[in-house]
Design a protein around this ligand. Structure first.
Ligand code: CMC
Length: 435
């Protein structure tokens, strides 16, 4: 059940249309306060207008805490820095979904369940084969996730909590298998099946890169890097894709459909698609001779829609804590693997110049998680068009836990925003021969 915000006893007074009403003030556990306007329309006839929900809390949530001014990110109270250092992705997923860190027995059971559910129905492979070869992997994955519901129908007769556990385990395990399958099929290679003896991350790398001619050797530095990459993406409170999962889920659709909606939202270049866009931007700069200054000038030009991908965030008005960890990991991983990536050198120089530029300082634009993540993924051998799929696999525990929180909320309501209508006033229908 969802923890609820508490009423502070404070009120906000609103005087409108000749009368004054009191709106209660509620507070969360970290001291963030909100004016509860749920009675506003009933009492006054007015609604609030807040484009992009920049100032609207759509729910109360006990999963993730962010402080955008201080650059803080915590899952269930644990700083993301500590999780990245000491946890593994499966343990962090358990934490997000269940609310607490598992003990040995709980973690082993969860790992076993993930391994037991890692196979994907063979008929789904045929489904994969029917997509045009150059389809974007995000398009394939979101359709395949919706299709999972047909291959794994509702679990009738099972207690609800067990049915949810099995469904979420299937999702976490099979989406990872399907992502690797789609890569193999896109290359025309034989699909590699998951192995019971490998961990979640090692299994993914093996399914991606093992082949009958050259067996894949598991590299522990790569496995650690993938764990950290996925931990850093595991949740981020009410971002665009999570809000989509909650909104679609609020209509009481099944979990697969809600997650598929999240994937569709994540695909956008302003959201999860930014990791692909960053690398493409860096490659474009490289192809243009390596001088990034004209790109910075374009990003500052109000008449040019171009933006520097990997910079800026709706909530963070300082350095994204995930970007700091990603950058350090990038340095470590490339050094360990003895990889020289000219894009990393260019990214660092670009960041230095941008951080000294008054436009970016005045707009509070700092590197976000996507700025260095693509370079980590390149080092792991992941093709650029799969970067957002990698983000999606990482975000699954977050989407699932947010969906579960909404589903168990005693104050649950279907999401149904209001609008301010600005279209034509009433007018009579004109028959076609008179128009
Ligand atoms: N480059 C240049 N100018 C920028 C950028 C940027 N990357 N980001 C924001 N601005 C400017 C924008 O032009 C506007 O300027 P002004 O006030 O003078 O008109 C101001 O900063 C505020 O921008 P906004 O679009 O109103 O801010 P937002 O909170 O709606 O957008 C954002 C946040 C992430 C969509 C935006 O910063 C952006 O487009 N960044 C590039 C895409 C990107 O890297 N996305 C990944 C986000 S982190 C991963 C995730 O969680 O999805």
């Amino acid at each position: 059940m969802t923890e609820q915000e508490h009423n502070t006893g404070e009120v906000a007074m609103l005087t409108i249309g000749g009368r004054t009403i009191e709106l209660p003030v509620v507070e969360g556990t970290e001291g963030d306060k909100a004016i509860d306007i749920s009675e506003l329309r009933r009492q006054t006839g007015y609604v609030t207008l807040d484009r992009g929900f920049a100032n609207t809390a759509s729910c109360s949530s006990a999963i993730t805490f962010m402080d955008g001014e201080k650059g803080i990110l915590r899952y269930r109270g644990y700083p993301v820095e500590e999780l990245a250092e000491h946890s593994e992705f499966v343990e962090t997923a358990y934490l997000l979904i269940n609310g607490d860190l598992p003990d040995h027995k709980e973690l082993n059971r969860f790992r076993m369940m993930l391994n037991d559910n890692s196979l994907v129905h063979e008929d789904m492979q045929r489904f994969f084969q029917s997509f045009p070869r150059d389809s974007h992997p995000m398009g394939i994955l979101s359709s395949m996730v919706t299709a999972l519901r047909s291959f794994y129908p509702a679990l009738i007769g099972m207690p609800r909590s067990e049915a949810i556990l099995l469904t979420l385990t299937r999702l976490l395990s099979k989406v990872r298998t399907m992502a690797a399958m789609s890569y193999k099929i896109s290359r025309g290679h034989r699909v590699i099946y998951p192995r019971l003896d490998l961990s979640y991350c090692a299994n993914f790398l093996n399914m991606m890169f093992d082949n009958p001619v050259k067996p894949y050797e598991i590299d522990h530095d790569k496995v650690k890097a993938l764990n950290v990459f996925w931990i850093l993406h595991a949740d981020h409170e009410q971002n665009c894709s999570t809000a989509a999962v909650r909104l679609v889920g609020s209509a009481r659709v099944n979990l697969y459909a809600a997650i598929s909606a999240g994937m569709a939202a994540l695909w956008g270049p302003l959201h999860g698609g930014a990791n692909q866009a960053v690398i493409e931007m860096l490659e474009q700069i490289q192809a243009a001779g390596g001088d990034f200054r004209p790109f910075i000038e374009r990003a500052k030009d109000k008449n040019d829609p171009f933006r520097l991908y990997g910079f800026g965030h709706r909530v963070y008005k300082t350095y994204d804590p995930r970007a700091r960890i990603m950058k350090a990991m990038c340095d470590r991983l490339l050094a360990k693997l003895e990889i020289q990536d000219p894009l990393l050198d260019m990214a660092k120089e670009l960041e230095e110049v941008v951080l000294r530029d008054s436009y970016f300082a005045d707009h509070n634009l700092y590197p976000n998680v996507d700025f260095y993540s693509g370079i980590v993924l390149r080092a792991l051998g992941i093709p650029t068009n799969m970067f957002t799929v990698m983000f999606a696999i990482g975000r699954l525990p977050g989407w699932i836990s947010q969906w579960m929180e909404d589903a168990g909320d005693p104050k649950w309501k279907i999401y149904r925003p209001r609008q301010v209508y600005v279209g034509p006033a009433q007018r009579p229908f004109v028959p076609i021969h008179q128009r």
